[in-house]
Design a protein around this ligand. Structure first.
Ligand SMILES: Cc1ncc(COP(=O)(O)O)c(C=O)c1O
Length: 314
């Protein structure tokens, strides 16, 4: 198997991110709940995309790109962080976003305005239209360009979370469960593959906050990332667990999600977001209520960031 450090990477964040216990929430949920603070990755407002972008932008640079395209919804944290990271390493970001969600100068749109990012909106529900538009704009510009898929969720981007699992092992504690949000798939796929490789006995739960077929996307991405690593592992349904926490729809707040945001804010002074981490944490609370965790279990919640959405979506 290849080592993760054999892949080129541009340092963008501050790692390792801290892990600490949530004392009040542990008492409330009758199990030991810890949080991995990937909201503190150190670029922009923090968040999970920083780990993926370290690999993706290194690849863009290696290929000689001058422009980096990416996409997502109007309030995409991934798009905002791609703009922040690209600017930092001397690449020009162009965001072609779906004209869905809050397009006013609020939340991540405000942050993109502050960075002077070129943002275009496309009135489409199909990412294929957007990737075609990237090629059209790129060819018109006549400079080498690099396309990062929605959420940075390809095999290379997912290595960011394989590496996060390795980092968790080095932090020295055993976790029986890891819970994270699943929005485009790369975080969950990377974490689940990483757990298989580095965290024996840890079960990874992906809380789906969108309606895509994650039962196919997750194992496919895990297999592609495993192939990049030449890991020689078989991926099967036992290697990951998915739960539907989408509620009324992607980027539409749910009641359980909002209650989870309030609980985390009130009990621990930590802010989650309405699109991803609030719904994912609601999934953890639900699993606890259903008796999925023992009192002696250690349960790690991945706080994957998303603060920008708090100021636009709730
Ligand atoms: C804050 C936050 N958490 C979780 C996710 C989900 O990660 P992924 O897209 O890798 O499934 C995203 C991005 O979509 C995000 O912005």
């Amino acid at each position: 198997m290849k080592q993760l450090n054999e892949f080129e990477r541009i340092p963008l964040g501050i790692f390792p991110t801290p892990i600490h216990k949530l004392e009040h929430i542990s008492k409330k949920l009758h199990t030991n709940v810890f949080v991995k603070r990937d909201d503190l990755t150190g670029l922009g407002l923090g968040g999970n995309k920083v780990r993926k972008l370290e690999f993706l932008l290194a690849d863009a640079k290696r290929q000689g790109a001058q422009v980096v395209f990416t996409t997502g919804g109007a309030q995409s944290n991934h798009a905002m962080l791609t703009a922040a990271a690209a600017g930092k390493v001397g690449l020009k970001p162009i965001l072609i976003l779906k004209k869905r969600g809050v397009t006013e100068r609020l939340g991540n749109q405000l942050l993109e305005h502050l960075m002077g990012t070129e943002v275009r909106f496309m009135d489409t529900d199909d990412y294929a239209d957007i990737y075609a538009e990237m090629d059209r704009v790129g060819q018109m510009l006549g400079v080498p360009y690099y396309k990062i898929p929605c959420g940075g969720s390809n095999a290379l981007g997912s290595l960011g979370y394989v590496d996060c699992a390795r980092e968790i092992r080095e932090q020295g504690m055993h976790f029986d469960h890891i819970v994270c949000a699943e929005g485009s798939g790369g975080t969950m796929a990377g974490m689940a593959l990483g757990a298989k490789l580095f965290l024996p006995g840890t079960k990874v739960h992906g809380m789906m906050v969108d309606t895509d077929p994650f039962d196919q996307i997750t194992p496919a991405l895990m297999r592609e990332a495993a192939a990049l690593l030449e890991a020689g592992v078989e991926i099967g349904p036992k290697d990951y667990h998915l739960a539907d926490m989408c509620g009324p729809g992607y980027a539409i707040p749910s009641q359980e999600g909002n209650e989870a945001i309030s609980m985390m804010a009130k009990e621990e002074g930590i802010f989650l977001d309405p699109v991803y981490t609030g719904k994912a944490f609601a999934g953890l609370v639900k699993m606890a209520a259903e008796g999925a965790f023992r009192e002696t279990d250690n349960v790690l919640f991945l706080h994957s960031g998303g603060a920008g959405g708090l100021f636009a979506v709730l």
